[in-house]
Design a protein around this ligand. Structure first.
Ligand code: SF4
Length: 417
């Protein structure tokens, strides 16, 4: 693994990692090198897997959240979720475990996957201290260093908000207030102890730990909206601006940065404008969006709602989407729900890429197989060929049961010969 990829790119060195990502993405290495140097693209790396580029000019990527909760903590199920997420195309996996033997679960996930793994170190800190009120700044830094030493590729910290912003939030007219879990832990600690944001106070030390192993910093999105009637407001704007400044500081210290933003719940007519605003304020750094959900009433089908919102966001310029599963707001997802969420967001990312870059060759390949009534070819070209095969469920037939012998493609094949 190359140390300090960002510093190498700033020095104009096209490293082997840069060549590999350029090859995977079909872009020129010198373009990639310039984009990394300017902070517009980051590369996540991990042992045993290919490096992953995220940012402007590259394919839209998706992340799958897995991990135990305080109520449900079966390590085998989480490993199965990780395998399923990778199998169906998740570009990255976030292990958000908060139950059971968290270190052992994370190690198993690392052993069984090859995509980059992200963590939110405050989650494990809270579990191990027994309460978010009892942790110290040094507990948080120790946990960050432990995760880095385990070989994760990216961490999330909620550094971009202050006590002043929390006061503004207290007085805001939001319906949903704050919906970020990591942000809520950090905020409760700050308010209880009357101390400033610990990730902000120790930002340079955290960056030092990350730059040593070239771990990407994801700046969390504490002030995001939690329903579509909550709009971008003062606290969200202030967090975005502070995150933009922190990203610049992290880059100076050799740390690549992703900005988490916008996500949560955003009314659909606002999504494109909000993406453009985030991009402008953050100097076009990689934008990571959870969803967004463009409506609130799709409960039980939030992967579909999220697919629509994610398509709009990616098409407007978001670089990296965090999936949403059918169990969003309801329960910890099971393995099948992880698969549904991943596929929904592969679709969203693909629609986004069509909007960004024009029609993609993958769709042309599938259309060719469809015209030839080559079912196996269609299954191979589909995002989830297993699902397509299950539904088709017919051996050696020229057509499918939708029209049977009245298959339009078959009829016209004969008559247009
Ligand atoms: S039978 Fe109907 S739905 Fe099936 S492939 Fe032919 S035209 Fe398409």
């Amino acid at each position: 693994m190359n140390k300090n990829l960002l510093l190498a790119a700033i020095a104009g060195k096209e490293t082997s990692v840069i060549d590999e990502v350029a090859d995977l993405e079909g872009v020129k290495p010198n373009f990639l090198c310039r984009q990394i140097a300017s902070g517009r693209i980051v590369v996540m790396q991990r042992y045993g897997g290919p490096p992953l580029g995220i940012g402007e000019g590259l394919k839209t990527k998706i992340n799958a959240n897995i991990g135990t909760s305080a109520d449900v903590f079966d390590p085998d199920i989480e490993v199965e979720k990780a395998r399923t997420a990778e199998k169906y195309g998740a570009d990255t996996i976030s292990d958000l475990s908060m139950g059971g033997d968290i270190d052992a679960i994370r190690q198993k996930i690392l052993d069984e996957t090859s995509v980059p793994i992200t963590t939110v170190p405050i989650y494990q800190t809270v579990v191990e201290k027994g309460s978010f009120l009892d942790m110290t700044e040094q507990d948080l830094i120790r946990m960050i260093k432990k995760h880095v030493s385990m070989g994760i590729s990216s961490i999330v910290v909620h550094a971009g908000f202050t006590l002043e912003m929390l006061e503004k939030l207290r007085n805001s007219k939001r319906i949903m207030g704050m919906v970020s879990k990591g942000g809520s832990f950090t905020s409760a600690w700050m308010l209880q102890n009357s101390r400033e944001n610990p990730f902000l106070s120790y930002f340079d030390e955290i960056c030092g730990a990350l730059s040593e192993k070239d771990v990407v910093l994801s700046l969390g999105n504490t002030m995001r909206s939690g329903c579509i009637h909550d709009h971008m407001d003062g606290p969200q704007e202030m967090e975005m601006e502070l995150n933009a400044r922190l990203a610049g500081r992290a880059n100076e210290l050799g740390v690549q940065v992703i900005i988490e933003g916008m996500g949560g719940h955003v009314s659909p007519e606002k999504i494109a404008d909000y993406v453009a605003h985030y991009k402008n304020v953050t100097n076009h750094r990689p934008l990571f969006v959870a969803g967004p959900l463009p409506l609130d009433i799709g409960v039980g089908y939030d992967h579909i709602s999220g697919c629509v919102g994610g398509s709009l966001a990616a098409g407007a310029g978001a670089d990296y989407l965090c999936y949403i599963t059918p169990s969003e707001h309801l329960a910890l997802p099971n393995v099948d729900q992880v698969r549904e969420g991943v596929v929904a967001f592969k679709i969203a990312a693909h629609v986004g890429d069509i909007l960004k870059y024009g029609p993609r060759p993958e769709d042309q390949i599938l259309a060719g197989h469809r015209r030839a009534r080559d079912w196996e070819g269609q299954f191979r070209a589909a995002i989830d060929g297993d699902r397509a095969r299950e539904i088709h469920n017919q051996d050696k037939r020229e057509t499918c049961s939708m029209c049977g012998k009245y298959c339009a493609i078959l009829i016209m094949e004969e008559y247009l010969k």
